[in-house]
Design a protein around this ligand. Structure first.
Ligand SMILES: *[C@@H]1O[C@H](CO)[C@@H](O)[C@H](O)[C@H]1NC(C)=O
Length: 323
């Protein structure tokens, strides 16, 4: 699994980061360091056991970690390169980051930024729940706010163009009683999306192509709990039928799931297993639950990796329509 995530991210990130969230006049210079940046991506690796760990400024410019612990960074040069610590936890967890110290001069665009979500190639996740509160920037001193993510993925971006300067953070994972947007490690696992009777949209994104099977569906049916509802079976193309609560299955070419390509929108009450799974050949596989708040909706999904040889006869191949 670790190897797989590493592979996925390597493929994903080979384009390099578009450092959208870090303001500054140094974009020209940032671009010039892009090649060394992509170089780091191809060697993206996960931390082993970083209870206390020093970030290697060259090897770890792009770092993905699913671990808790303390991380130190000390800049090796005056280069204004932007790096990131991409944190991911189990689906039912939130991520808390504490800056133990920040010794990053604000001159030349020095900056550390907490991002409540992920940003990659100019796209943010979760895009439909985004607001300015999700980004906290700081230099010279520690961010004054408590930094806890809404979902199981978060990011620290930093630019320290001053040799010997740096920062230290402690990463902790806490239980999330009501996960809404969830990022999956690789493309494997079973996950249930629920609206808890509330209005709004929740989603699962797997950062890889995947096969998605709906194991259980209860969307747009149950007004109250504990009532025995009639099985309607799976209803397809629910948005075309004007039904307001539905599940969209599809994929996206990047983290922004609001730009997803939809294979089908389904709803109804169906507890039978063994339906035909959807083969999604996209950079990211996305399932979205849209809820008006009138119903108690839930959908249980099984994700598995899409084998290379199945890509060409997939149900959805992203980007095909724009060719
Ligand atoms: C939820 O999704 C629907 C359909 O895509 C959209 O119209 C609506 O604005 C979304 N709601 C929120 C709170 O993002």
């Amino acid at each position: 699994m670790k190897g797989f995530l590493c592979f996925v991210l390597t493929v994903l990130l080979s384009d390099g980061i578009n450092c959208l969230l870090l303001p500054g006049k140094d974009y020209g210079r940032l671009k010039s360091s892009a090649s060394s940046f992509s170089h780091s991506f191809t060697r993206a690796r996960r931390l082993p056991i970083p209870t206390h760990r020093v970030i290697d400024p060259i090897e770890d410019c792009f770092l993905v970690t699913s671990e808790e612990g303390e991380l130190f960074f000390k800049s090796a040069s005056d280069e204004p390169s932007v790096c990131g610590i991409y944190m991911i936890a189990d689906p039912d967890k939130r991520i808390q980051v504490t800056f133990n110290y920040v010794d990053v001069p604000c001159e030349n665009g020095g900056l550390v930024a907490w991002v409540d979500g992920w940003e990659l190639n100019g796209q943010v996740w979760p895009a439909d729940a985004w607001d300015d509160d999700r980004v906290v920037e700081s230099c010279d001193r520690r961010p004054q706010r408590k930094l806890v993510s809404h979902q199981n993925a978060a990011l620290i971006q930093y630019r320290v163009p001053a040799q010997g300067k740096g920062f230290a953070v402690t990463i902790r994972h806490f239980r999330n009683a009501r996960p809404c947007n969830v990022m999956l490690f690789g493309s494997e696992g079973v996950y249930t999306l629920r609206n808890h009777g509330e209005s709004g949209n929740c989603s699962v994104i797997a950062v890889s192509p995947a096969i998605v099977r709906v194991l259980d569906l209860n969307v747009g049916q149950s007004l109250k709990r504990d009532i025995l509802d009639m099985e309607t079976g799976t209803i397809h193309r629910c948005t075309k039928r004007g039904l307001q609560d539905y599940v969209e299955i599809g994929g996206a070419s990047g983290l922004d799931h609001t730009k997803m390509e939809v294979l089908d929108s389904i709803c109804g009450l169906d507890s039978k297993e063994g339906r035909r799974p959807a083969y999604i050949a996209c950079e990211d596989t996305v399932v979205r639950l849209v809820s008006t708040g009138q119903y108690h909706n839930s959908v249980t999904l099984a994700f598995s990796p899409l084998p290379m040889e199945d890509i060409e006869h997939s149900d959805l191949i992203c980007g095909l329509n724009s060719l």
